[in-house]
Design a protein around this ligand. Structure first.
Ligand SMILES: Cc1cc2nc3c(=O)[nH]c(=O)nc-3n(C[C@H](O)[C@H](O)[C@H](O)COP(=O)(O)OP(=O)(O)OC[C@H]3O[C@@H](n4cnc5c(N)ncnc54)[C@H](O)[C@@H]3O)c2cc1C
Length: 452
């Protein structure tokens, strides 16, 4: 039997929880138990098929564990005895813990479509060898159909097209790709950018069946259309890995995620914590459960879980949902609520937009036009969300918006935002689009309570 103070079941969020625990409690022995031999950078998976080139170039090195003082055991946990505090692995090895963290993550959602189990149908699994096989299939394929136009499907299409002349089609059942994450105008822009690469996009189309005998040869749509396909990639969402948590007697909540409090402690056992895709999340805005699964949220939760294992010091404010992607060189980011979501909830809001080149002068090489949209609550003037498209700076500008949202900044606060600017690195201080969009909101918001 192996003895440890803290046992963590997981990969990426597991590493973050372990590092956080060692920072806060350097005398504790922390053991990461991991099913996968090699941990991939999950967000880098689409880039294996283009920019990065292979799974080997997209891994989190185990050296990070060593340098952070974490022990590693490779194996699948199949049982947890909460009375004796013992984890049993598939090979019979046992580990006794004081504190246990579930960071067992998620896997792809597999839709109940007839033919989904045929050869050459690939849900996107975060597994090293499996993704290597998928790379061989992508290299051989002539007709690739990607089911799902979310950011995974869009990024896969963009990357698979690089250096290949295969026919690539995305089938999306909603009116727009990326619709779950972005407003229509940004979805349109992203779709147009992807279509420029030669990727075919079919929206408002539902897949009815995958055709072929043993191996997939085509995709049948509910509209009656049929597409040729020698490879199908599924990117339609993720489901949490919580079978072991359920067997352990931990309470599951929204969409079968493990129920946790704001300290990331399970509601069922004070010595068991959960974080990442397997743990339930609540919205920053209304405290209701949300199904967002992102690496950035997973690691934030992991830092909280690791810090709280022996003394509850950190607390999550809830999930803001900050996300960015890049399609054919154009970046898109959203922090907080979109206009679509606020309209659905009936909230009264002020929406403003601003545009500016991300260098000054705008004629600098590699300059890109940045488009910002901000949404403020009409009664308080507090920012609820922001969307941006543009060049590389979109990634960090979206993160700036997240900080504004997290700290309940008003349009007035944002007008006074002191940004650093540089001709080659940012928009001009006169045109800085986040500030200019905030400035445009001040007059419509004036006269509301709390707003002067
Ligand atoms: C293609 C793709 C692209 C993505 N891009 C982005 C992006 O750009 N930005 C972003 O924020 N998010 C992105 N995500 C989402 C992100 O990958 C997840 O939110 C993140 O992986 C969650 O991390 P996690 O550690 O909670 O879970 P996982 O990454 O799922 O890790 C869980 C680990 O636990 C292990 N495990 C499970 N059960 C056991 C067990 N019983 N015993 C031992 N080990 C076990 C698994 O083998 C795995 O290694 C993307 C996801 C995909 C699939």
């Amino acid at each position: 039997m192996i003895e440890t103070d803290v046992a963590i079941l997981g990969g990426m969020a597991g590493i973050s929880a372990g590092i956080s625990c060692r920072r806060h409690y350097p005398d504790k022995k922390v053991t990461l138990i991991r099913k996968e031999g090699t941990v991939l950078i999950p967000c880098g998976i689409p880039y294996i098929y283009g920019t990065v080139g292979n799974p080997e170039n997209n891994v989190i090195p185990d050296g990070l564990l060593e340098s952070s003082g974490l022990d590693l055991i490779k194996g699948e946990a199949v049982d947890v005895n909460r009375e004796s505090k013992i984890v049993t692995l598939a090979d019979g090895e046992t580990i006794r813990y004081e504190k246990l963290v579930f960071a067992t993550g998620s896997g792809p959602m597999i839709p109940p479509i007839p033919g989904v189990d045929k050869k050459n149908v690939f849900p996107v699994r975060k597994e090293f060898d499996y993704l290597g096989i998928l790379l061989e299939k992508v290299n051989e394929a002539r007709d690739i159909v990607i089911i799902g136009g979310g950011f995974i499907g869009m990024e896969f299409a963009d990357e698979c097209k690089k250096g290949r002349d295969a026919n690539i089609t995305i089938v999306e059942m909603l009116p727009h790709c990326l619709q779950m994450a972005m407003d229509d105008e940004y979805c349109d822009e992203a779709q147009a950018r992807l279509q420029e690469t030669g990727v075919n996009i079919m929206v408002n189309e539902r897949v009815e069946a995958l055709l072929g005998d043993e191996t997939v040869t085509g995709v049948k749509l509910a509209s009656g259309k049929e597409l040729k396909a020698d490879l199908v990639i599924l990117g339609i969402g993720a489901v949490p890995h919580t079978d072991l948590a359920k067997k352990t007697g931990l309470e599951l909540g929204f969409r079968n995620m493990i129920k946790v409090d704001r300290h990331m402690r399970t509601l069922s056992d004070p010595d068991i914590f959960a974080c990442g895709d397997c743990a339930e999340k609540v919205s920053f805005f209304d405290g209701r459960p949300v199904g967002v699964m992102l690496a950035s949220i997973a690691t934030a939760e992991a830092r909280i879980a690791g810090a709280n294992l022996y003394s509850p010091t950190h607390r999550t404010v809830g999930t803001i949902s900050v996300f960015s992607t890049v399609i054919n060189g154009r970046a898109f980011g959203v922090a907080g609520l979109t206009e679509r979501i606020v309209k659905q909830t009936g909230m009264s809001v002020v929406v403003t937009t601003a545009e500016a080149p991300d260098t000054h002068p705008g004629g600098m090489p590699m300059s890109a036009k940045t488009k910002v949209k901000l949404i403020f609550a009409k009664d308080t003037g507090i920012i609820l969300g922001g969307s941006i498209s543009g060049g590389k700076s979109v990634g960090e500008m979206t993160n700036v918006l997240s900080a504004c949202i997290m700290h309940n900044m008003t349009a007035n606060d944002m007008v006074m935002f002191q940004m650093g600017t540089h001709p080659a690195l940012t928009a001009s201080p006169i045109m800085y689009p986040i500030v200019n969009a905030a400035c445009k909101a001040v007059i419509p918001l004036r006269g509301m309570s709390n707003i002067v």
